[in-house]
Ligand binder design. Structure first.
Ligand SMILES: [Zn+2]
Length: 110
């Protein structure tokens, strides 16, 4: 398989998705800084720190996904399913800009 698979997405669409992914990533990174600052200043916040743990866990899951999506944009592989090398549905990318698998592959995982 020597052929390099490139997805025929409009360049404008990819540029928009890149901005969306970067914005989301920045939001997570900023929230992480905020939660660290709160945690550092007050360890006994009960419910609040539970919520912050939840946010931190979500960040741990989301940040690598967003970084991966940005990497794929750089490589020109954005929109290509990392499992079957098929095209990820554009509708799916609009809903989840950081999607790296197509609908069929996600379904078969469940
Ligand atoms: Zn797939």
């Amino acid at each position: 398989m020597a052929e390099t698979s490139t997805r025929n997405l409009p360049l404008g669409f990819i540029a928009e998705q890149k901005i969306r992914i970067q914005t989301e990533l920045n939001a997570y990174v900023n929230r992480e800084k905020i939660s660290e600052a709160i945690k550092g200043s007050d360890e006994e916040t009960g419910l609040e720190s539970e919520y912050l743990d939840y946010v931190a866990q979500k960040q741990k899951k989301m940040v690598p996904k967003l970084e991966k999506a940005l990497e794929l944009i750089k490589k020109g592989e954005y929109g290509i399913c990392q499992k079957c090398r098929g095209n990820i549905e554009m509708q799916r990318l609009i809903i989840i800009p950081s999607a790296t698998e197509c609908c069929n592959c996600i379904k078969s995982l469940k």
